[in-house]
Design a protein around this ligand. Sequence first.
Ligand code: MLT
Length: 387
Amino acid sequence: MYNVNCLNNISSKGTDLFSDAYKIDATFEEADAVLVRSAKMHDMDLPASLLAIARAGAGVNNIPLDKCAEHGIVVFNTPGANANAVKEHVIASMLLAARDEIGGVEWVKENKDDADIAKTAEKAKKAFAGTEISGKKLGVIGLGAIGQLVANAAIALGMEVYGYDPYLSVNAAWNLSSKVKHIVNVEDIYKECNYITVHVPALDSTKGMINKAAFDMMQEGTVIINCARDILVDEKAIVDAIASGKVKKYVSDFPNTASVNMDGAIVFPHLGASTEEAEENCAVMAVQELRDYIENGNICHSVNYPACDMGVCATAGRVAICHKNVPAVISKITSVMGDAGINIEEMSNKSKNDYAYSLLDISRAASDAVVEKLSAIDGVIKVRVVK
Ligand code: MLT
């Protein structure tokens, strides 16, 4: 029996996919696997039993990735599973920034007792008029699953789209409309675009990337949309940029003490991925990733360990080894197997930054003694008998 703990509400469309071999109401302290959405895990003590964490969503800034890797805990996310929801939210954000639809709706509410409202509205409406997004320039910074959908949708809405992503994957490039202008220098987005939307992960290297220098390059009246993470935008600098007129509107999905007090900001309570469909898609993907890892040792969409897929084990045994990405670990693993008279039928070794993962299909199941010897190898973090 595998113990699964859900740190947040996870759609039953996903949890229903666990077989009878899983107990899905286990405590965190006894968990083999954890499902999480936004719960902050940085200060939590990770139980020794924990094999994997699946984040039902894209952002993983609530999870201590390095600490998990150090303990041989594989962290997964669900890239693309909520991308359509976020894309629709970004498009809505642009439309709300282009016209004062929110102000207009407020006006109607405030004047609901006016018996002559139909007539008064015709006079009042000019205060809420705006512009169209068709024909305007949109800069998309980050062309992952969400950015590419936003770029393509904006093209379909008649916008001129500039796309910037120094790490563009081949898949993303295939999916991107050929009408998206490939921008090599992000400064060209700052200088040229009327709307700028950011879709990059929150990392030390991206923190505050939309800063004073970026605002200084922008045209008067630029709209900034941030449905990624609040720390990407320097919120002191954007207050000045709004005051100076460089930025007309800041549409943020992240309420905090700075954004909620900003004139010229439209702030949502992190609604981007909050659709039934997205929550279901994320839960399904997260559970599939966990099951494939626990039952087969395969890793798909991990953010701290490399991808590794050997399908379903067809030999007598399979061993999964999380280890440091350092020389000579593989040769020591194969020596332990050889010394035990175990033949390695198939093997995959993959690395990602400081960490590596080896999956071995072997001629007989690894005994406790073999596991002990493998675990003692310098650089080995966790050894697991999958079969
Ligand atoms: C994500 O990171 O997937 C989105 O921000 C939505 C969420 O946090 O659930």
